[in-house]
Design a protein around this ligand. Structure first.
Ligand code: HEM
Length: 141
């Protein structure tokens, strides 16, 4: 569970990252594709090479969705309902993959934020991204 202080911190970090959403999201996607090549199969209809417009625009969408969820973490299930349905029923993404993108995102944040990614921020972000991934995986049960 995230404390009020942690929720505020998460919200603040994502608000600050919104202007660089495409960059952070693309970095996280590239990390996921490199570390877990199986995830690339879902994107065979897109050009996912570094700096491609598809990669940047998809990266931006992902980060904006994570930032939107951070606005009110207690409402995550409500906010993410459309994305749950999309991934489970239309895209049929294997739910195990959500953890892989969450982890890749955590690494991207660590690289981007440097010293600002304090142990406290790291722990809070890990909890938030895990919660996010768990909510996306809920529709499969
Ligand atoms: C689409 C977010 C995990 C595969 C999307 C969209 C968002 C999103 C916002 C666009 C929805 C729209 O256009 O209305 C997220 C978040 C994730 C996540 C926040 C986890 C933290 C994954 C994973 C995969 C995946 C793990 C597969 C390995 C896709 C695909 C699309 C999509 C294939 C459609 C892309 C397109 O055709 O433009 N996702 N996603 N997602 N997602 Fe995810």
């Amino acid at each position: 569970m995230l404390s009020k202080k942690e929720k505020d911190l998460i919200k603040e970090i994502w608000e600050r990252l919104t202007p660089v959403a495409a960059e952070i999201g693309a970095d996280a996607l590239l990390r996921m594709f490199a570390s877990y090549p199986g995830t690339k199969t879902y994107f065979s209809h897109l050009d996912i090479s570094p700096n491609s417009s598809h990669l940047l625009s998809h990266g931006k969408k992902i980060v904006l969705a994570i930032a939107e969820g951070a606005q009110d973490i207690s409402q995550l299930t409500v906010t993410l309902a459309p994305l749950q349905t999309l991934h489970a029923y239309q895209l049929r993404v294997d739910p195990r993959n959500f953890k892989l993108l969450s982890h890749s995102m955590l690494v991207s944040l660590a690289c981007y934020l440097g010293d600002e990614f304090t142990p406290v921020a790291h722990a809070a972000m890990d909890k938030y991204l895990s919660a996010f991934a768990a909510v996306l995986a809920e529709k499969y049960r």
